[in-house]
Design a protein around this ligand. Structure first.
Ligand code: ZN
Ligand code: FE
Length: 258
């Protein structure tokens, strides 16, 4: 799958059983960045099909399904990841932290700390071409499980991502969307935007098409994890008077049991 944000091209690379890696390519300069490295072979194929060579590898977090192929693929490329996670990431050429701006493929790229799934997880935001790489923080209709962080940390991270322009494209790390949609509908069965999104998701999956990337605007209207402060959703789960963080924690806990 290829998306056009001229002169930037985005390629989604399915890896392992349900991971996504992404290639960002600048047609003017030839620079090519990889965001996360789950598996070498499909990424190599995507590169060689297009005659591209990696210039940068961006790492979102330390889990093996995001870094497993860095060693195989890094030759000649600059490897960039979070300073606070450097001890558990492959050797980094550039260490970054929340608030940093780096140039990737000629594009200004902002580093956002989005801890929650892990503490130290980062996202990469490119305001122009309006792409955000969220891996296991904000996901299509979901969010990552809280392996290390607290509900308050993840809710903070998700609010940061929610505040990006609504026409931002969300490039997340896994194809979990169909089961996320069933969970979302269990909380929010009358949400018309969610019902119609679910139809599109089922059709895409039946045709073997990825549901990632997604539009932030759709996430804001249909992703329950972005709506923990929405009075309608609070009421729907019987927590009309709950704090936003408590409601978020409850939604996350219900998803873990779903
Ligand atoms: Zn992960
Ligand atoms: Fe993952």
């Amino acid at each position: 799958m290829t998306n056009d944000f001229a002169p930037i091209e985005l390629v989604v690379v399915p890896c392992l059983s349900d991971n996504y890696a992404f290639l960002v390519h600048n047609r003017d300069t030839g620079a090519t960045a990889l965001i996360d490295a789950p598996e070498a072979a499909p990424i190599r194929n995507a590169l060689s099909d297009r005659g591209w060579t990696l210039t940068d590898i961006l790492i979102t977090h330390h889990h093996h399904d995001h870094i497993g192929a860095v060693a195989d693929l890094r030759s000649g490329a600059r490897v960039i990841g979070a300073a606070r996670d450097a001890h558990r990431l492959p050797p980094l050429d550039v260490q970054v932290a929340d608030g940093d701006t780096i140039e990737i493929c000629g594009v200004q790229t902002h580093v956002l700390d989005v801890s929650g799934h892990t503490v130290g997880h980062i996202a990469f935001y490119m305001p122009d071409p309006k792409l955000v790489f969220t891996a296991d923080s904000l996901m299509a209709l979901g969010c990552g499980r809280l392996f290390e962080g607290t509900p308050a940390q993840m809710w903070d991270s998700l609010r940061k991502l929610r505040a990006l322009p609504a026409d931002t494209t969300v490039c997340s790390g896994h194809e979990y969307t169909e089961s996320n949609a069933r969970f979302a509908l269990s909380l929010d069965p009358d949400n018309a935007a969610l019902i119609s999104r679910y139809e599109g998701i089922k059709a895409a999956r039946a045709a073997g098409r990825p549901t990632v990337p997604s539009a932030l605007d759709d996430e804001k209207r249909t992703n329950p994890f972005l709506r923990a402060d929405d009075p309608a959703l609070k009421a729907a789960i019987g927590m009309a008077d709950g704090s936003d963080v408590d409601v978020f924690a409850e939604i996350r806990a219900r998803k873990d049991r779903f």
